[in-house]
Design a protein around this ligand. Structure first.
Ligand SMILES: Cc1cc2nc3c(=O)[nH]c(=O)nc-3n(C[C@H](O)[C@H](O)[C@H](O)COP(=O)(O)OP(=O)(O)OC[C@H]3O[C@@H](n4cnc5c(N)ncnc54)[C@H](O)[C@@H]3O)c2cc1C
Ligand SMILES: Cc1cc2nc3c(=O)[nH]c(=O)nc-3n(C[C@H](O)[C@H](O)[C@H](O)COP(=O)(O)O)c2cc1C
Length: 810
């Protein structure tokens, strides 16, 4: 933070300079809203081109105050420092700074240091920006609601709509912007307190009505922000709804829900040490995530909360507004035309905003579902909370505060110095040397339904690559159960012998545990192997398909037959027979495919099971066929050898499997003898809309593990070892499956060991390759850097609290 050298946004590397304007675009600019976004934009745009006329319309008064503190990270401050050193100096003088995060939970406190925060009063920030605008001769008109956007658009070259989360401009051009307003499930109330917290403080407190959580941080020598958040149903049970209704009876602008504030103060008295809760127009509200398909309409552009919002639990709304302002001012300066400037602004900001919104979404969902984790011990809970957005990881935290991570490791029973991914696990009687799984990765290279040479090469390669368990891609239990005409099967002696040979080949070079996935593809069968023309194209000369209900997968797919009771009995018998064959072939583990829209998945999902017999209807009935298959396989598969089941825990389509249903399915699988559930999602219906992103399926593994105690395998976009360690240490899953990343690098696990400096039994280098077990030197390995500083700055202490200790008297 002390070296303001870095630009905030990834795309912007050249420092902004107050050069004479070389652009004639946007000479007259109207800004709607004098929040931090509007003011900062106006100041920067004027600074870059002083001849511009900039008018800011603000409906509130100059002195009107709303809200309390805002918190920034070091990165944002670097951007502000570089763009306008005067503003930076002014706000820098007011900062409360600290580096610790305290997690108060179940009567205990856990502290993690090394984070680097700075906060200040939101109203002071506004005052500084107001003053800066005055210095630069920006015309800010307070108590002046903006004229209609159409009128402004006709009168000015550019209209910047910085009119906040309820933006009227966004509504006026909704056809172009296509806003998506996602109102979330929790209630929150934004307060301050005169208790000065020493660090960013999360409080998670359980009551008979549910869990209350607090996001608190200091922002001056006398105040802290104090946001209380609670799930809607707990809010009602706590009686807050009645208090809020009472407060709403005599609503006047700026009034607070005093009764709720008093109740919060009572409930949280143990954390306030006699201090007050201070409201300012504070009422219970629900957070709305704002997204827009477009941010610009002719010469009107959205900025800040009007364009996007990010949940306060990652403290980034003001940061995003300021970064938008910086990028828009710079784009106007750099681009030859207004149209190009607005396009460049959106192109630069959208990916940054979307990435922040993904982190914010993960964080808000974590708090919405906090009760999933309230069974965890204090150390693990704190680690889980800190890694909730998936941006902060095991590795980040270890670098910031190794003592904190060591303590969490120790509390989780981990031996010192062994990364979580390299700890052993016993599944049934099978000992896995580490927590990495190669999930089923079909090769679609089979001729005559036999595993191919490529299957052998892939399985062998992955077994040598160091994972604890390697699963072969799907094998069909019957000819009609194949997904494609290039899939192998396991229903006859030739296939069994071929798989046996393949397992023997792997065993000849590796002792890695090897498993097989069995499936009946149901209505997803009879397709061509994936290729340049796409995935799941129906074969012209396919075979009859079987499914729960006669619903084709896609518009070009043939309709399957709704399976008869006799056909279902055959399916059960086919799975059992294939399991016996897999055992004889020597597999250590078996996985049943109950997900991805295959036959058994089709029975589980309400979207694809419309049956009216004993296999359809409510979930207990939809579970019948999968549980019959599980029981038959469990009986056929040797006791002690692990039996895994893959499910789609969510269909990503309205009316699909719900989270409580996923838990019920997990519990039924545990009762039915599954040793672990491999928690995937989607591919159940073609019209799914999954929110792909880092670790996006992991919350479902965590949900099922927490609710049922059944070990889970997390899978899906977990590509780095850091993510794997985070998932495991947070207790979100017992194993992590890494798919495409192990296609990219079949030695992924061994390379992860080398990168983490781990050389223990959890990472076994094949003997003949041991000479390569250390990371090769990079291209600059022989370059030794000279000393470039006279004196090296001492490293910042890991733990810094607020306020800083008073200096020693001389
Ligand atoms: C509970 C809570 C906690 C938060 N905590 C943090 C935090 O810790 N850190 C952080 O960075 N952010 C935080 N935020 C978010 C932050 O307050 C906003 O993201 C930020 O203020 C957005 O700035 P903005 O300029 O886009 O909009 P705003 O600050 O909302 O400003 C919009 C302005 O436009 C004006 N306006 C609207 N319509 C008109 C009109 N028609 N004519 C004239 N004027 C108009 C409004 O009066 C307002 O002044 C928090 C938000 C909430 C709700
Ligand atoms: C080439 C390929 C083949 C796959 N084959 C199967 C399969 O046979 N059975 C299955 O359940 N999933 C299959 N999957 C899905 C993976 O097992 C895994 O769930 C998915 O790739 C997400 O993990 P990742 O993000 O780590 O790749 C396949 C994925 C790929 C990329």
């Amino acid at each position: 933070m002390t070296t303001p050298a870095r630009a905030t946004t990834a795309a912007r590397t050249t420092p902004a300079r107050a050069t004479p304007a070389r652009t004639t675009t946007a000479r007259r600019i109207a800004v709607i809203g004098a929040g931090p976004g509007g003011l900062y934009f106006a100041a920067l745009a004027k600074r870059l081109a002083p001849h511009r006329e900039i008018t800011v319309f603000e409906r509130d008064g100059r002195e009107d105050e709303f809200g309390f503190g805002v918190v920034f990270s070091d990165e944002t401050l670097d951007g502000i420092a570089q763009a306008d050193p005067e503003v930076f100096a002014a706000i820098g003088a007011e900062f409360a700074r600290w580096s610790d995060i305290d997690v108060r939970y179940a009567g205990e406190v856990r502290t993690c240091g090394g984070h680097g925060f700075a906060a200040l009063d939101r109203n002071r920030l506004r005052a500084i920006l107001q003053r800066r605008c005055e210095q630069l001769a920006v015309d800010v008109r307070y108590r002046t609601p903006a004229p209609a956007a159409d009128r402004l658009a006709a009168e000015y070259d550019l209209v910047v709509a910085a009119d906040g989360i309820h933006s009227g401009t966004r509504a006026a051009y909704a056809d172009t912007f296509r806003p998506d307003l996602d109102e979330r499930h929790c209630r929150y109330i934004w307060l301050a307190t005169d208790k000065v917290f020493e660090a960013f403080t999360f409080i998670v407190e359980r009551f008979d009505f549910g869990t209350l959580q607090v996001h608190a941080y200091p922002y001056s020598a006398t105040r802290s922000t104090f946001i209380v958040e609670i799930a809607e149903d707990a809010w009602r049970r706590a009686g807050f709804d009645a208090l809020a209704a009472l407060a709403a009876r005599e609503p006047s602008r700026g009034e607070s829900d005093e009764a709720s504030v008093r109740r919060c103060a009572d409930l949280l008295a143990g954390h306030l040490d006699g201090h007050r809760l201070i409201p300012n127009a504070s009422r219970w509200i629900r957070f709305t995530t704002v997204r827009n398909a477009r941010w610009r309409h002719r010469n009107v552009v959205l900025l800040g909360d009007a364009a996007h919002s990010a949940h306060f639990s990652i403290g980034s709304g003001t940061k995003l507004a300021l970064e938008d302002a910086l990028a828009l001012a710079a784009s106007l300066h750099e681009q030859p035309s207004l149209e190009q400037a607005l396009a460049a602004y959106e192109a630069e900001r959208r990916p940054v905003v979307e990435s922040t919104q993904r982190a914010a979404q993960a964080s808000l969902e974590w708090f919405e579902t906090v009760e999933r984790r309230t069974g965890q011990g204090a150390d693990r809970f704190a680690f889980n909370l800190l890694t909730r957005s998936r941006r902060v990881t095991y590795g980040n935290l270890r670098a910031r505060d190794p003592g904190f991570v060591d303590a969490v490791d120790a509390a989780a029973g981990g031996p010192p110095g062994v990364p979580p991914m390299f700890r052993p696990l016993k599944l049934g009687t099978l000992e896995l040397r580490n927590r990495v799984v190669v999930p089923p990765l079909a090769t679609f290279t089979s001729a005559d339904t036999l595993p191919s040479g490529f299957d052998r090469a892939q399985l062998t390669g992955h077994a040598l690559g160091g994972a604890g368990l390697v699963l072969a891609g799907m094998a069909a239990v019957s000819p009609g159960g194949r997904a494609t005409d290039r899939c192998p099967g396991l229903w006859n002696d030739r296939q069994e012998a071929a798989w046996r040979e393949l397992v023997d080949a792997v065993r000849a070079v590796s002792d890695t545990a090897v498993g097989l996935q069995l499936t009946h593809a149901g209505r997803r069968g009879a397709t061509a192997a994936p290729g340049p023309d796409g995935i799941g194209r129906p074969l012209a000369d396919g075979w009859p398909l079987l499914a729960a209900s006669p619903l084709p997968w896609g518009p070009d797919s043939p309709a399957p037959h709704a399976a008869t009771a006799a056909q279902l009995a055959t399916v059960v018998a086919d799975f059992a027979e294939a399991a016996e064959r897999a055992a004889r072939a020597g597999f250590d583990a078996l996985e049943l495919q109950f997900g991805h829209g295959h036959l058994l998945s089709g029975f589980l999902s309400p979207l694809t099971n419309h049956r009216t017999d004993r296999y359809g209807g409510r979930l207990a009935h939809r579970l019948r066929l999968p549980l019959e298959v599980l029981a038959a396989v469990r009986a056929a598969w040797p006791a002690g050898r692990p039996l895994l089941v893959r499910i789609s825990a969510c269909d990503w389509a309205p009316g699909g499997t719900t989270a409580p249903e996923a838990v019920t399915i997990g519990r039924a699988l545990a009762d039915g003898g599954a040793d672990a559930v491999d928690v995937s999602t989607g591919e159940v219906v073609a019209h799914q809309r999954p929110p792909y992103g880092r670790g996006y399926q992991t919350p479902f593994a965590e949900l099922i593990r927490a609710a049922t105690g059944l070990p889970t395998i997390a899978v899906g976009a977990i590509s780095g070892h850091d993510d794997a360690n985070s998932v495991l240490l947070a207790g979100r899953a017992d194993l992590v499956a890494i798919g495409r990343a192990q296609l990219y690098d079949p030695l992924w696990t061994l390379h992860a060991a080398a990168e983490q400096g781990y050389t223990g039994p959890g990472a076994h280098w094949p003997g003949p390759w041991s000479a390569g077990s250390r990371r090769p030197p990079g291209p600059n390995a022989d370059r030794v850097a000279p000393r470039l500083h006279l004196l090296t700055e001492p490293a910042a202490p890991v733990h810094r609290r607020w306020p800083p200790p008073a200096p020693e008297p001389h």
